[in-house]
Design a protein around this ligand. Sequence first.
Ligand code: PHE
Ligand code: ZN
Length: 853
Amino acid sequence: MRPDAPQPIRLADYTPPAWRAETVRLVFDLAPRGAKVHAKIRFIRGEGPEGPLRLDGQKLMLMAAKLDGRDVFHDVALDADGLTLAGPLPDAFDLETTVEIDPEANTELEGLYLSNGIYCTQCEAEGFRKITYFPDRPDVMATYSVRIEAPASTPVLLSNGEPGEAGALPDGRLFAEWHDPWPKPSYLFALVAGNLVAHRDRFTTASGRAVDLGIWVRPGDESRCEYAMDALKRSMRWDEEAYGREYDLSVFNIVAVDDFNMGAMENKGLNIFNSKYVLASPETAGDRDYELIEGIIAHEYFHNWTGNRITCRDWFQLCLKEGLTVFRDQQFSADMRSEPVKRIDDVKMLRARQFREDAGPLAHPVRPEQFIEINNFYTATVYEKGAELIRMLHLMVGPKAYRQALDLYFERHDGQACTIEQWLDVFQTVTNRDLTQFKLWYSQAGTPRVTVSEGWKPGKYTLTLRQDVPSTPGAPSKKPMAIPVAFGLLGQGGRELVEPGVLELTEPEQTWTFDLDERPVPSLLRGFSAPVILDRRSTAAERAFLLAHDSDPFNRWEAARAMALEALMGAEPVAPFAEALRLAIADADLDPAFRALLLTLPGDDELARETWARGRQADPDAIHAASETAKAALAEALEPELRALYTAMESPGPYSPDAAAAGRRALRNACLGLLSRRPVGPSLAEAQAKAPSMSERLPALAALLHAGAPAAEPALAAFAEEWKADPLVMDKWYLLQATTPREGTLARVKTLSEDPSFAWKTPNRFRSLVAAFSTNHFCFHAADGSGYRFLADWLLKLDPLNPQTAARVAGAFETWRRYDDARQSLIRAELERIARAPALSRDLTEIVTRMLG
Ligand code: PHE
Ligand code: ZN
């Protein structure tokens, strides 16, 4: 640790604020440099220990300060992180400050910045302190009124809440007023000023309130907002129907910006989005983009109640809003599309990102107990595992009690900044259940392993479950958790021998006994009822049986995945898996989207995780070779069926983004993926690459690249020529190349990254090339360390400009202990090189230090 190393902030040290802000009046005079922010804040004493007024502030130039109209400019003490005003202070007073800030120089994309000529803000988690001096913590909730003055070149002026007066000033500049009646924490403040056009619509709430909806984009993009608008209206209706939650303002605006560190932000009444998650047309966006747009629009909208009306007391409670809101958006997408397909997709993501995190040096509880940089805790654990905890509660108490608990949550805590204790207490009140043990899910990191053993003697079947919670950094020993295991017992032909139910595993080991006439095949952890690793030695025959007969679609898929893992790791022959797949993919009763999932085989990263979980070091070259061989054999065995399906799934009409049409395309593209390993592949792909929709073109291009087909290069060049003016489409072009698992990819990626046209300061572009390359398992883990060096070089280059994104992308190294000693020492050397860099950001320092552990 360096002598100046920042100290961690701890949950245990929480104290309420000494001063609360009640009302905030902000006046912005916008300019790229020297923008002026005038703030008038009404302060009252809080419950916290008495003390001076301490306000957060960073990179602000203080020009004036007044207390109740009296000049206090010379009384405030300034430092790099804020200002202090010593007493004696009255119990309530107005503080006025004027600061200057430089949006143009803001490359961190936190606070007020410029993106392609658009002024916009990002305040979560601690960005408001880069706009004005304020107690920048979520338990300080105030009402805001805002005035924006800006040059005529940025005529659209937006902020939170309801619009007020607007017009022109005598000097030709423009102004607009906004007032937000709902008290909110500073992280939900937002402002936008730009030359924007709106895609408008209207929504009438269940109680009859008319809401003006606007999606604001750069001129020319307004035709690509239709799907996002449709998703927004469906989200608003769904939240009324599923949760009884109505929208609470007369306007709801969304703005799309090109430079954004994350996906989107739920600012009150003014959501700001990464343009990637708003703009879509059939020619420019793929099915997966449409799905993400729908899910993220819903997610941000749902935050209006879970996050905004009820917010977090402190950042340790981040999962209070994120876990719940992710769960809600998952429910919404399941309702809009296919529930099992959505569940399988979510579990794939959970395993790929969260299980990986939970098993490595960055593991942390869903509610962390300390942090150095809060931006480093917007993680798969807080979000996705956080959502799994809500899903378990939902399963354990049932949908009716769940709804009652949520109603009580909104009734009790509307307008408050809350904790996980308060969240769990509504469930305790409604159900009378003691959730003490369940609460361990919030404090114990690591993925529990549940080991299954069975006993059978005619008439009696016993099922024993044992749980082990692994140690994680800083937490060597764990207590047994409450794990709901949804199950069924299947007899011949797939008949359910008992009423399917839920076993609640609460002890280190428990046994259940069933009186049965035939020995069952158990179907365990149905629907993935808990975020655990289920360890059951099963035979190939049992897996094929479950794939064919389980009434739980998740476990049917799970059986196929287990077979795929064995085949791809070379542990079992390919033939039985091919036979099981042959039957399943030809089953016309199965949803095409579901069949597509059966055909999408585990990637190298998953195989490496599995290898390591089985106690062996992962060798990326060997993994790649074995899995490529198995995939080729599978493609050969199934070629006739794949070709038939490929033809049968051809779209009959023009592109439609709906789930059924997307499912057919997904199945067709999954067939193409395998067929690209056959001689027929390139010609199919070449033809499909000329299709009008991006959902067809992109997978076709990927297949050509993957096969190393001669047609790949001209197709890539034609694609770039056609889309060079469209950054979102070009991101796909970069990503395609960066993720191709072939020799030579790194050389190509390097060439692309050195080209002056590579706009690496835009996070989307950086991610589409550099971060995307780090997910290319085969190339990133090249034995000579060239992939590691490439990533480290780029992290060092990005860090001074955008530490948040650099730290996030650095997570590519979190799996380093999985690999052979030679690779481990190469990665360690890169991590140490990063750690030694002068003036490394707090964000990257924390991540690298934890990874080096
Ligand atoms: N709160 C945002 C979301 O989940 C994510 C976000 C965090 C965006 C921090 C920007 C900065 O929905
Ligand atoms: Zn969120």
